[in-house]
Design a protein. Sequence first.
Length: 240
Amino acid sequence: MRVKAALRRCNVWPARRCAMTIVSGAACMAVMLVPDLHAQAAIAGRMEGGESRAAWQVGTYVAGARSSPGNGALGTIPDRDHFLVGFQAGTRVLRLGGVSVNYIAQVLPFVVIGDRFASQFDSVLDANKLARLPRRAYAVGFSPFGLEITTPSTRRVSGYLMTAGGGLVFTRAYPDVTGRRTNFTLEAGGGARIRTTRAQWVQVGYKYHHMSNAGTAFANPGLDANLFFAGYQWATRLPR
């Protein structure tokens, strides 16, 4: 029984190939999203004047979660820790009274999920001449389908609710050998932005994150996470 349990948790990811993807993706996003402080002042003026439809808020954030719930709302894989680095861009598409409805998209050049209890199966796997379970799994991701409802960002403190969908690509099948490399993601949450200058913000928040293969593999072992995140955003204009 312990062998079966170990095999179900077995994930082997060669990190070198994923690392190259992570580095190249992060470098490209960094070049694209470096803030232009001179342009921010002009954009901030248009935002305060109510002409923010063409302006974007872009930025970066880090997020983490400890010990995924085994009885989560959608997922059943327990004891996994999450850490990710993301880039986000959003722009207003609709104004409803005192709130704005924004389109948002996210790129995740670095995602790592750790298994804190993998070492418990080392002796069983060694005795059966099987590979030990990896302590960490690596992936990259993209969430192009996002929606955000926010109070005016021109205020000192603004709040928002968000939801987004996309996918993650791992180096091997995940979260276990019965799954697949590509997993779909769905998340929902909210937070606050604190305005530090006319066109810059610090953001903090929480989101419930779900990942699964949506029934496209032999098994569909979902994985949930309670992610807390913090980041920095600024106003800019992206190429049309």
